[in-house]
Design a protein around this ligand. Structure first.
Ligand SMILES: [Zn+2]
Length: 225
């Protein structure tokens, strides 16, 4: 059965990797709201004109219109077998509209959270250092260099940290993620659609779990087979 996958996970939890694997192996495209609106901006359909008028007036695009844009994009042939949503839904109200869309499209919806403790993600990001000469990546917590803050092969060079990996930046990213995702997690928890996948394992193991979830639901929703 054709699928809609709402893939959730904090920055650094490996969401992009899983989306890529699902796309490569199951042929499910990743539909991101950003790409969708950019593509719409280059067309002249009535829907595109409607969106443009609201954007030009400096107003927020209402949910009812966002869902129409999602429906329009996912009616295309590449989404026939299903698709992965990125950046949508963002609120419980949007999640409810997505339920209706799934019914109209005769697709099964699964919400999957790649679960990694936030403290660990923080260490993964804030501990990251690289050698300015060879580009080798270290992590102060998980893969420290032999000498303090020096590349194993280039001890003359001090390791460097990307600005984005600094403590205060990482904190803001993770806190924003938590705040924005909490209502959605609540919604999918209450509707019984939420699947948590242990994100501490290898990408292949995580992928295996996701595929299992997708297959299990097909069995459960087709008891006659
Ligand atoms: Zn080096």
């Amino acid at each position: 059965m054709s699928k809609i996958i709402v893939l959730m996970g904090a920055p650094g939890a490996g969401k992009g990797t899983q989306a890529r694997l699902l796309q490569q192996r199951l042929g499910l495209p990743q539909i991101s709201t950003g790409d969708m609106f950019r593509a719409l901006g280059e067309t002249k359909t009535p829907l595109a004109e409607e969106v443009r008028a609201i954007q030009q007036a400096g107003k927020l695009i209402p949910d009812e219109l966002v869902i129409r844009v999602v429906e329009d994009r996912t009616a295309k042939d590449d989404c026939r077998r299903g698709y992965i949503l990125d950046g949508f839904p963002r609120t419980a109200a949007q999640a409810e509209m997505l339920e209706e869309l799934a019914r109209r499209q005769l697709k099964k919806l699964s919400a999957i959270l790649i679960d990694v403790p936030l403290q660990l993600l923080e260490k993964r990001m804030t501990g990251r250092r690289s050698c300015p000469i060879c580009g080798e990546i270290y992590n102060l917590y998980f893969r420290p260099p032999k000498l303090d803050n020096k590349c194993d092969r280039h001890p003359e060079a001090e390791l460097i940290q990307r600005t984005d990996d600094r403590q205060e930046k990482v904190r803001v990213r993770l806190e924003t993620y938590e705040r924005e995702t909490a209502p959605l997690l609540d919604y999918y928890q209450h509707t019984g659609r939420l699947h948590r996948v242990d994100g501490l394992r290898s990408p292949e193991e995580i992928y295996g779990d996701i595929v299992k979830i997708l297959n299990e639901e097909v069995v459960r929703t087709n008891p006659a087979n």
